[in-house]
Write a new protein. Sequence first.
Length: 249
Amino acid sequence: MWAKERHQRIVSMLTANQQVSANDLAEMLGVSRETVRRDLLDLEQIGKVARVHGGAVLPQAHTEDPFRQRMTTQIRAKSEIAKKAVGLIQPGQTIMVDAGSTTAVFARELLKVPGVSVITNSLDIATTLQAGAMEVVLLGGRIAADVPATVGELTLSEIRRFEVDLCFSAPVAVHPEKGAFFYDLQEAEISIAMAAQALRSVALADHTKLGATSRVRSWEVEAIETLITNRSAPEALIDDFRRSGINVV
């Protein structure tokens, strides 16, 4: 099969499935993973795909607001969530926090909790906590295009080196039956990896994110121990989450 034909089939498969693994591509095309890697590099250079750990996704459409813009929306709700979230942390605990506008606000409240060790992939969170003389570990990796955070295989491998008490994640959507979602596959991978290393997993989501879904699932419903939201969240939706076994704060 010529490279051009392989490229067309890769793009067609991505259009149908939104994401695809390198292993599946190699099997489907009858070629080696190295050939798939070169094909994905070629397609990425012309803007047809975006490579991620283990495969590729379609290039990100402009359906999620830029990170700096998200930092200026729902500020009251995020502050309310942040204040509730620090109430779950005991002095001396070690926690993981992923990158997001809600977790960036959460970091400012973390400065009030003594003796907490924080592991994060967020440059903003690490800077906030370091300025407050807190113990913080910034995970290594490749810098993401939009969110000021590390992502990729190196970040995931570093996450797996730690065992923590709590994981705090800020998904773009949380559904009472389908779980937590991100728009970006790499951000979802970070959230999944962090939850796997934590005794308890906590989702931080304001009322605009509840009952919704997005492109990539991060946590199944069963993985969400606690959901922290703000007072504007509809009671009916909160009841739905509680019926799914989720503690809602």
